[in-house]
Design a protein around this ligand. Structure first.
Ligand code: SIN
Length: 363
């Protein structure tokens, strides 16, 4: 008998091999079809940063690595989502301004309107991440998950936190349970609401905290677990619309401290502020040397919001100041930097302080 396979057996084996390859290919196409479609919008920050050595965790350069390299550095992502990447801009987040917020929000809304996009991850510098997150929380018009993520260590560092944070963010953005919860921040295995999270440490990897109100969930083993709902209105349930906006009203923050005077308030009003957030001490108290400048600003048409630099708690209306008489607004629990964002958006709709106060109790 010939050591060669007879022609017919060879043909049959080839047929089996062909069918097996086709089945494997069909299976992987099926698996890809089952995975969520997540778009990663990259904006820069330390997550895209590089340092001179693996121990350089300060003094590195933010915003140098492009989105495709960020994705390629975490091949595990391809097993849990069909990911596409877009470089929206490439900056350190201290340089984010109104123009970038509007650009990003418009792009997010366009993408989320597409049926083939299930969720969005935005990579971002951590310094102002909470501000961009809250802006989007108020203007994104979709229930689909939007997750902001950053890192505290550059991509070149020992134990860089970027890859695991990015992986977790993609898992979160691809999870149907994340829908309808507003914009989320995924850092250090925790899930925060954009409204309440703040950066609380200059350099450590557990810097993002929602101290008293609490995280809304965790990500463990790549799986999100939720424990709380976001109560204040957001996304589809706000009155804000960026579609036709090509700029935002000027709103500034004047910081209070012992011995503070009126220089900052007067300078900001002279520079054209239409709204001012007073980052007061304690319960948003008005120092005697600052109050006349704020009262004058209000008389001149500037909307004044009393916030607190303390970081936790409600600024009581008519508590440390007679807001009704002064025609001031209080920030509720929003930090001064987030009160500024809500006031900017509010001023795109109205200058009525009664209406603006309603918004501060709604969002
Ligand atoms: C930045 O905010 O762009 C730099 C700092 C960081 O991402 O941690």
């Amino acid at each position: 008998m010939s050591k060669q396979f007879p022609q017919a057996v060879r043909a049959m084996l080839c047929g089996f091999m062909f069918m097996f390859a086709a089945a494997v290919q069909a299976e992987s196409v099926n698996n890809a079809a089952k995975l969520p479609n997540v778009t990663i919008l990259a904006t820069g920050g330390t997550i895209a940063g590089t340092g001179a050595t693996s121990t350089t965790t300060v003094g590195y350069t933010a915003a140098t690595v492009g989105v495709q390299s960020l994705i390629a550095a975490v091949p595990e992502i391809a097993k849990v989502a069909n990911v596409t990447g877009e470089q929206v801009f490439q900056i350190a987040s201290e340089n984010i301004g109104d123009a970038q917020w509007l650009q990003l929000a418009k792009r997010v809304n366009v993408l989320l309107a597409q049926p083939n996009v299930d969720g969005i991850v935005i990579t971002h510098g951590t310094d102002t991440l909470e501000e961009t997150a809250y802006f989007l929380h108020l203007v994104v018009k979709s229930k689909k998950p939007v997750v902001l993520v950053g890192s505290m260590r550059p991509s070149t560092a020992l134990s860089a936190d970027g890859p695991i944070n990015l992986y977790n963010a993609v898992r979160l953005a691809g999870t149907p349970e994340a829908a309808g919860r507003g914009v989320l921040v995924a850092m250090n295995d925790q899930i925060h609401s954009a409204r309440d999270v703040t950066k609380a440490n200059t350099t450590t990897t557990d810097t993002f905290r929602t101290s008293e109100l609490g995280v809304i969930g965790y990500i463990q083993g790549g799986k999100p677990f939720f424990y709380r709902n976001v109560v204040r209105n957001h996304t589809l349930d706000t009155e804000f619309d960026v579609t036709k906006l090509d700029g935002l009203p000027q709103v500034d923050v004047a910081y209070a401290y012992a011995n503070v005077g009126d220089v900052a308030v007067n300078a900001l009003v002279a520079a054209g502020a239409r709204g001012l957030v007073h980052a007061g001490v304690g319960n948003g108290s008005l120092p005697a040397r600052t109050k006349p400048a704020l009262v004058k600003a209000r008389k001149d048409g500037v909307v004044v919001v009393r916030a607190s630099r303390v970081g936790q708690g409600i600024v009581a209306r008519n508590g440390e100041a007679n807001d009704d008489a002064l025609d001031f607004v209080v920030a509720d629990t929003l930090s001064p930097q987030k009160a500024r964002i809500l006031l900017m958006l509010a001023l795109t709709k109205t200058t009525s302080t009664r209406e603006i106060q309603r918004m501060f109790y709604t969002y």
